[in-house]
Design a protein around this ligand. Structure first.
Ligand code: SF4
Length: 458
């Protein structure tokens, strides 16, 4: 669908006899954050082992693979490639052996100075195995003369700028690090005596773990046989949590940045109805992305909420397209309109974002073809501006989008409305997607500048 792609998901557990299995389940819950590659590394207290594969969690692991990954601690990663290409060599965890011993790293985020660091490291003689920016951290780690693996991690990560939520596994420690801005989420949980660190709380729910708190921006957690230690080795920085986690990236059943995604997203919908009311008969979410906001919109507008579009959940794999032309086939294979709900009605379609507008255009046409009298599009975030969507040239003004997608009206939630909806901590969010102003300077002279902005997001 016409959306931002999700970013990576990380999971780490220390002190559980089923560490690999629980990591597998945690990654299963985080699958929405990346579907290109998956991997798990475990430690039995002596050696680390890793298994990585392209594709989905359920396809990459079977019982025998999980059994082979023995040990009481594990880290795992689901990847959507935001930096480096998407082949298996860039899948994580990346496992290396060096003077500090073996270490496996899982990273959610992108380093804006990775290229600079990489060029310097290559000049110094480093040989890179991957094109991923995460490997830069491992080279810095391996070169560190610090007296312990923990100190070497801090020394290497201190040289990185940008977004990093990391889980690292050594022979006898699980270490979590979150950048001082706190761009990407990272949260802490507990299952019996075991500690868990992961991207979203939905991963804790699946394994019946208790949520304790977020790993704070700039915090390093060192979890070992002696318990958990928290240190704050970095200079404090302005918090810049990615607001897009609340708009779209995270699952609605998660808490991110210690706030319920469902509640925030529903409030986006309420606020949208306050800002852009419309005479209509029914509110219809574009599933699944528009459901929370549509619920809030309908509640605030006093209109019925009906599932006028049904999503086929089994799409994704290849299918054989017919030679015969079928109207709206491309979108209909994913969404089918419910004529009994749409026919003769003035319909408000609610979605969480429009990136290029091409899918929205097809949906509007399909809803009209199913008999809707009017189609009004309401979007529960402000229009994104170019640096955050791969340089695709998107019409920014609602009127251009309205004409392009062929709706009777189009309204976006305002930036002020978005910030009002996230509550009292509004100044701790990054909204650069909507403003083009970045909390961490990105190198403007690079050809990849537009992409870097998005990488920073992820
Ligand atoms: S630029 Fe957008 S996607 Fe990136 S961190 Fe900021 S809000 Fe999130």
């Amino acid at each position: 669908m016409d959306k931002f792609r999700e970013e990576c998901g990380v999971f780490g557990i220390f002190g559980h006899s089923e560490a690999a299995n629980l990591t597998y389940l945690g990654l299963y819950a985080l699958q929405h954050r990346g579907q290109e590659a998956v991997g798990i590394a475990t430690s039995d207290g002596g050696r680390l082992q890793v298994h990585k594969a392209l594709g989905h969690v359920a396809d990459a692991f079977d019982e025998s693979t999980i059994k082979r990954l023995g040990g009481m601690s594990a880290v795992g990663h689901v990847r959507y490639s935001t930096a480096g290409d998407s082949g298996l060599k860039n899948a994580q965890p990346i496992l290396i052996d060096c003077a500090h011993g073996e270490i496996a790293i899982c990273h959610n985020g992108n380093l804006v100075n990775a290229q600079e660091l990489r060029e310097w490291l290559v000049r110094e003689g480093s040989i890179f195995q991957t094109t991923s920016d995460t490997e830069v951290l491992l080279h810095l780690y391996a070169r560190s003369k610090a007296g312990s693996p923990e100190q070497a991690i801090i020394e290497s990560v201190s040289q990185a700028q940008g977004a990093f939520s990391l889980v690292l596994l050594t022979r006898d420690r699980l270490i979590a690090v979150r950048d001082p801005h706190g761009f990407r989420p990272l949260t802490l949980g507990r299952l019996g005596d075991a500690f868990i660190v992961c991207s979203e709380t939905c991963a804790l729910d699946l394994i019946d773990a208790e949520w304790l708190r977020d790993v704070e921006p700039g915090e390093v957690l060192i979890i070992g046989p002696e318990g958990m230690k928290s240190i704050r080795p970095f200079a404090p920085a302005r918090h810049a949590h990615c607001i897009f986690e609340h708009v779209y990236f995270a699952r609605p059943d998660s808490f991110v940045f210690e706030t319920s995604v469902n509640e925030t997203r529903t409030e986006f919908g309420r606020q949208l109805a306050r800002e852009s009311p419309v005479e209509a008969d029914v509110v219809v979410p574009i599933p699944d992305s528009g459901v929370c906001a549509a619920t809030g919109f309908a509640e605030q507008a006093g209109l019925p909420l009906r599932m006028g579009l049904i999503r086929n959940h089994y799409v994704g794999r290849t299918f054989i397209e017919p030679h015969q032309a079928i109207r709206h086939f491309g979108v209909r294979v994913k969404l089918n309109p419910v004529r009994s709900i749409l026919e003769g009605r003035r319909v408000v379609l609610v979605d969480d974002s429009i990136v290029r507008g091409t899918t929205s255009k097809k949906i509007v046409r399909m809803v009209r073809a199913a008999g809707a009298r009017e189609v009004h599009m309401r979007i529960s975030c402000p229009p994104t501006i170019s640096p955050c969507f791969y340089g695709v040239d998107t019409p920014q003004r609602a009127e251009l989008i309205r004409e392009f997608i062929g709706a009777d009206s189009v309204s976006y939630l305002s930036l002020e409305g978005l910030l009002q909806s996230v509550g009292p901590r509004r100044s701790s969010y990054c909204t650069s997607c909507y403003t083009g102003r970045y909390p961490v300077a990105v190198p403007q002279n690079q050809a990849a500048y537009l992409q870097l902005a998005l990488k920073l997001a992820q």
